[in-house]
Design a protein around this ligand. Structure first.
Ligand code: KIV
Ligand code: ZN
Length: 516
């Protein structure tokens, strides 16, 4: 058995299924480029049949990203498999099609209304169709952990015979517990004749907070691919956090028998921050590995111990994960070249037009705050993107509010040569600003979530606002905006969400359990 554990990243597919986490093409490309630097083995780039946007993203990632295998998801339905095959084609022999079909009794009876034999037939047909398009085919028996083990073994045997090169055993609803899940992997190893012809993969959801423990137990039992997401984002309680699995395998190599991953751990913190920014999902401060407090020792005893010997209280070197790799801050005197270089170092690849709008915002912010840190710059990249796409840009905002005035906002928006302006009262300054935007663009977004976070420290810190809005399209839309003024940042975030809706690329991702 190989010592290498394949790291399969599904941030852009399962992670993106998290309500409000949907990303546009530019954001997906940024994440994909960072995953390439992180050196994951497989990027599941999307579910191509689900929307034109997903297809386009998978195809672009397959075209531009070199290194990792690029995978597209498909149900056992011809049109899904064909769409996945077409989308991953530019990756050549680094393409993978991942087909799935539910196998558990509850899914068979209530979702699919199909008998066991029919499930096996459909799974085999799906794998064969994918195999005709692509050498590398993965099959997932959805809800695998709740499937009867003997039936699961029959399915696994059949799909390997049909050509599956990876067989993934998903804990779709996060029901598994480590010993039982490991026992299931051992059972398959002993009861599926062809098991050595495929890689066993695991895919754990975190409903009981056991996703990392389950994934690690499965590796110990012989699984050699782990699927998960950066920061553990995903539906409900999320998927397994890949950074936790990778660092557990590395730090406890003694226990896991020296298995390795190819991940460049120095890129972990950067990946976490980028995904958080692109998905609008904050990272909990105390989260393992990538939370702000993960390496912060406040007790005097710990600090004393660390100063004497780091290993007294630290089991990992934070620098190995990418902590503390920030550079000297920029100031308003920094030129365009310095900003461009720093952006490049941070992993952004911007066109001249994009760079020009980020640089405009940088100058503006540089006048208001003494130092512009790397995190400030990343927030500005996000925030300036509407300015040069077909979206509306915030040209001007004025808000009057106070304890004895009715808060009123006047907003001016710009798109090309078009200039639009209106005013609105509101229930507070933020509400007034959002209502003014609604009036101008004839929208009505319902604010479901509002978060503001200081990007760096200090009173002049850039405030980054992340919102989730319901525009009645069946899915939540995320918007992000940054400014030293929180009201302006809120207006920018709301405008960002409205621009997403107006671009027509926000699509509710709900697929039926369709079979041929
Ligand atoms: O959780 C799950 O079962 C999935 C499959 C499509 C692998 O995401
Ligand atoms: Zn999943």
């Amino acid at each position: 058995m190989s010592d290498k554990v394949i790291i399969f990243d599904t941030t852009l597919r399962d992670g993106e299924q998290c309500p409000g986490a949907s990303m546009n093409l530019r954001e997906k490309m940024e994440v994909a480029r960072q995953l390439e630097r992180l050196n994951v083995d497989v990027i599941e780039a999307g579910f191509p049949v689900i929307s034109d946007g997903d297809f386009e993203a998978v195809q672009k990632i397959a075209t531009e990203i070199k290194g990792p295998v690029i995978c597209g998801l498909a149900r056992c339905v011809s049109k899904d498999i064909d769409a996945a095959g077409a989308a991953i084609k530019p990756a050549g022999d680094r393409g993978r099609i991942h087909v799935f079909l539910a196998t558990s009794a509850i899914h068979r009876e209530f979702k699919l209304n199909k008998a066991r034999e029919e499930i096996i037939r459909l799974a085999v047909e799906g794998v064969k169709r994918a195999k005709a398009l692509c050498r590398d085919v993965e099959f997932s028996p959805e809800d695998g952990s709740r499937t009867e083990p003997e039936f699961l073994a029959q399915v696994v045997q059949a799909v390997i015979e049909a050509g599956a090169t990876t067989v993934n055993i998903p804990d779709t609803v996060g029901f598994a517990v480590p010993e039982q899940y490991a026992a299931l992997i051992s059972y398959l190893k002993s009861n599926v004749r062809a098991i050595d012809d495929a890689i066993i993969s695991v895919h754990c959801h975190n409903d009981l907070g056991l996703a990392v423990a389950n994934s690690l137990a499965a590796v110990k039992a012989g699984a050699r691919q782990v699927e998960g997401t950066i920061n553990g984002i995903g539906e409900r309680a999320g998927n397994v956090a890949l950074e936790e699995v990778v660092m557990a395998l590395k730090t406890r190599g003694d226990y896991f028998g020296g298995v390795t991953t190819g991940v460049n751990t120095h890129e972990i913190v950067k990946s976490s921050r980028l995904v958080s920014r692109m998905s609008g999902l904050m990272v909990q401060r105390s989260k393992a590995i990538v939370g702000e407090n993960a390496f912060a020792h406040s007790s005097g005893i710990h600090q004393d111990g660390i100063l004497k010997k780091r290993e007294t209280y630290e089991i990992m070197d934070p620098r190995e994960i990418g902590w503390g790799e920030t550079e000297l801050p920029l100031t308003k005197h920094s030129g365009r070249h310095a900003v461009a270089k720093r952006l490049e170092h941070l992993g952004y690849r911007l066109s001249d037009k994009e760079l020009a709008s980020v640089f405009d915002r940088f100058k503006d912010i540089g006048d208001k705050k003494k130092f512009v840190y790397d995190d400030d710059l990343s927030a500005l990249v996000n925030d300036s993107m509407d300015d040069h796409t077909e979206g509306y840009a915030l040209d001007y905002i004025h808000v009057a509010s106070g304890s004895s005035t009715i808060p009123t906002a006047t907003v001016r928006l710009k798109r090309g040569t078009e200039i639009l302006q209106d005013s609105s009262p509101g229930n507070g300054a933020v509400d007034a600003a959002m209502k003014a935007i609604d009036r101008i663009l004839n929208q009505q977004g319902n604010l479901v979530e509002y978060n503001v976070q200081a990007v760096t420290q200090g009173k002049d810190a850039l405030g980054e606002v992340t919102i989730k809005c319901d525009f009645g399209k069946g899915t939540l839309v995320t918007g992000k905006g940054a400014s030293t003024d929180v009201i302006e940042a809120s207006a920018r975030a709301y405008l960002n969400a409205v621009n997403r809706i107006l671009s027509g690329k926000i699509i509710a991702k709900c697929v039926a359990a369709e079979t041929p």
